[in-house]
Design a protein around this ligand. Structure first.
Ligand SMILES: *[C@@H]1O[C@H](CO)[C@@H](O)[C@H](O)[C@H]1NC(C)=O
Ligand SMILES: *[C@@H]1O[C@H](CO)[C@@H](O)[C@H](O)[C@H]1NC(C)=O
Ligand SMILES: *[C@@H]1O[C@H](CO)[C@@H](O)[C@H](O)[C@H]1NC(C)=O
Ligand SMILES: *[C@@H]1O[C@H](CO)[C@@H](O)[C@H](O)[C@H]1NC(C)=O
Ligand SMILES: *[C@@H]1O[C@H](CO)[C@@H](O)[C@H](O)[C@H]1NC(C)=O
Ligand SMILES: *[C@@H]1O[C@H](CO)[C@@H](O)[C@H](O)[C@H]1NC(C)=O
Ligand SMILES: *[C@@H]1O[C@H](CO)[C@@H](O)[C@H](O)[C@H]1NC(C)=O
Ligand SMILES: *[C@@H]1O[C@H](CO)[C@@H](O)[C@H](O)[C@H]1NC(C)=O
Ligand SMILES: *[C@@H]1O[C@H](CO)[C@@H](O)[C@H](O)[C@H]1NC(C)=O
Ligand SMILES: *[C@@H]1O[C@H](CO)[C@@H](O)[C@H](O)[C@H]1NC(C)=O
Ligand SMILES: *[C@@H]1O[C@H](CO)[C@@H](O)[C@H](O)[C@H]1NC(C)=O
Length: 438
């Protein structure tokens, strides 16, 4: 009896996928993940995406989907699993996108712009602790290097992943050399921990390699590492109670960002209760950043960045309410309208401002997009706050800002329209010049 049960379990583990889970003593309950589905692989010889798609379809509910340790899976076509419920994805193998750029472009240009799509409640992603496994290899280097000088990325680049879920955890997610955007994360009650996003380039700039683009309620990203060429996190409209903590971000990162917001002048941006805490930022363009477009509307309220260490960061604290995208065009808008900002705190920042080699490889215009509107930069700026109107920034607070240029000059500040009346605890006088905390 025991032997046959063991044999049956072995069969369950190594022959995939099955219609039922444990037989006999435990009937599947609606919420248990009773089905175990092992994804077979050609181990590097052919396209495994049809098999992966089949397993996601067959094991879409109450299942554990297992990518085996040490096994390579070729994902040569997009995976779309939009009807999942109560599924655990065990990513112990490594996934490989095609290395043929035109093959991917053909797929993207045919309308499939996201390589992995997972949707449904309680979809967990569990990778291995062992850093040799659990990677998505996208071979982005060739795409970055194919981008001509002064261009912002070649056409037909896919988004790596859309992940819409709730009551879920994502642990040990790993992405190496993503072609562009990594994770579009949406939903409620989601924790991400121990993720690695590594878009370090040995050649040209890795445009648009956002780490996590986030929208939802109660999302936490912690203990993760992101080395990339765009926002490490970008919190977008409709987000509430977001925490980003104990992370290290760097390379040419564009930091811990809110936005961009207000690009569509008819949409009301709505964000509350964000906390970015205990983060190390290395060599990045920005550390703490807010970006909204002139003419937008909405409210972003109760945001804190605190205990932030920066090392060689060009713009450690940056607010712009007149954001521009170097590759976008837009109809004319009421330029006095703004996405309003209220109750913002920047506390306990320390480290060095990049004075020696400011900026990064994302400059594709003259002036660079990140210098536009800032003609007199000295690259000693600890803080740049540019409010669109006298009313659009309210109750800003800075304290314990210990940021130093890489030259022996005092830190400076650029500040516009954060009025003393609405910002009594700003912590310095809102004008251009030496940063002197009050
Ligand atoms: C897959 O290939 C790797 C390396 O080539 C090897 O170590 C592993 O045992 C193979 N796995 C299977 C299931 O064939
Ligand atoms: C999604 O799953 C539900 C429940 O399992 C099923 O009734 C429905 O037909 C599925 N829809 C699609 C599009 O597969
Ligand atoms: C790359 O993909 C394109 C488009 O599908 C195809 O025509 C070409 O033969 C592929 N190249 C290689 C080396 O496989
Ligand atoms: C990123 O990957 C490169 C190899 O592509 C490696 O040399 C580097 O150490 C990795 N960086 C991080 C932060 O893991
Ligand atoms: C902003 O979001 C909150 C929570 O999701 C919601 O209750 C509120 O109605 C939203 N406000 C607007 C103007 O959309
Ligand atoms: C502000 O946001 C923090 C989370 O960062 C939350 O703990 C706090 O309750 C919020 N304050 C208000 C007044 O909502
Ligand atoms: C500072 O960061 C810039 C931009 O990422 C980089 O080019 C430069 O090498 C870094 N400087 C040092 C001393 O690491
Ligand atoms: C300030 O931030 C540093 C991390 O950079 C942390 O070690 C320290 O405890 C913080 N200080 C306070 C008063 O919270
Ligand atoms: C914007 O505000 C300024 C200053 O209050 C005012 O002079 C200008 O007429 C306003 N523009 C529009 C389009 O309302
Ligand atoms: C890129 O743009 C810069 C600034 O406009 C210009 O100096 C440079 O010549 C351009 N390079 C190429 C290859 O077009
Ligand atoms: C402060 O600097 C900004 C950016 O260079 C500039 O647009 C603004 O006019 C300056 N303000 C004053 C009062 O000089």
């Amino acid at each position: 009896m025991l032997i046959s049960k063991t044999a049956f379990l072995t069969f369950l583990l190594y022959s995939a996928p099955l219609a039922y889970g444990v037989k006999g003593d435990a009937r599947p309950t609606p919420d248990s993940r009773s089905r175990r589905c092992v994804v077979r692989s050609s181990n590097g010889t052919t396209d495994d995406s049809p098999e992966v798609s089949r397993v996601f379809a067959r094991c879409a509910t109450n299942s554990v989907i297992i990518f085996q340790e040490g096994v390579d899976y070729n994902i040569f076509h997009p995976i779309r699993a939009t009807n999942l419920s109560n599924v655990e994805i065990q990513m112990h193998g490594n996934l490989h996108l095609p290395q043929n750029i035109s093959a991917v472009q053909e797929i993207v240009n045919a309308g499939k712009s996201t390589w992995f799509t997972f949707e449904g409640p309680r979809v967990d992603w569990i990778g291995p602790e062992d850093e040799n496994n659990g990677w998505i290899e996208s071979y982005g280097q060739a795409w970055w290097d194919a981008n001509p000088p002064n261009k912002t990325g070649i056409s037909g680049r896919p988004h790596l992943m859309t992940y819409k879920t709730s009551q879920a955890s994502i642990k040990y997610f790993r992405s190496h050399k993503p072609i562009a955007w990594n994770m579009n994360l949406q939903g409620d009650d989601i924790t991400v921990s121990h993720a690695i996003v590594n878009a370090s380039s040995t050649g040209r700039f890795p445009f648009n390699t956002d780490g996590f683009d986030v929208r939802g309620n109660n999302i936490r990203i912690s203990d993760s590492v992101m080395y990339n060429g765009d926002d490490a996190i970008a919190v977008t409209s409709g987000s509430h109670n977001i925490v980003f903590e104990r992370n290290t971000i760097g390379y040419q990162s564009h930091g811990m960002s809110i936005g961009s917001l207000g690009k569509d002048p008819s949409a009301f941006a709505n964000i509350t209760n964000l906390r970015f805490e205990d983060v190390t930022v290395i060599d990045a363009l920005y550390a703490a950043r807010f970006k909204s477009w002139k003419g937008g509307q909405g409210l972003v309220k109760n945001v804190t960045w605190k205990n932030i260490r920066v090392d060689n960061v060009t713009f450690p604290i940056f607010v712009t309410q007149s954001y521009n995208d170097q590759s976008a065009s837009r109809p004319s808008v009421d330029t006095n309208s703004s996405v309003m900002m209220e109750d913002f705190t920047w506390a306990n920042f320390s480290g060095s401002i990049n004075t020696h080699q400011p900026g990064d490889g994302s400059c594709a215009s003259d002036p660079c997009w990140y210098n536009s509107g800032l003609p007199n930069l000295k690259h000693t700026e600890a803080i740049i706050i540019e409010c669109n109107t006298d009313k659009s920034c309210k109750n800003f607070v800075t304290k314990d800002i210990q940021l130093h240029p890489q030259v022996s000059e005092p830190a400076s500040v650029i500040c516009m329209k954060a009025t003393a009346e609405l910002n009594p605890n700003l912590g310095f006088a809102c004008s251009n010049g030496t940063f002197t905390s009050s």
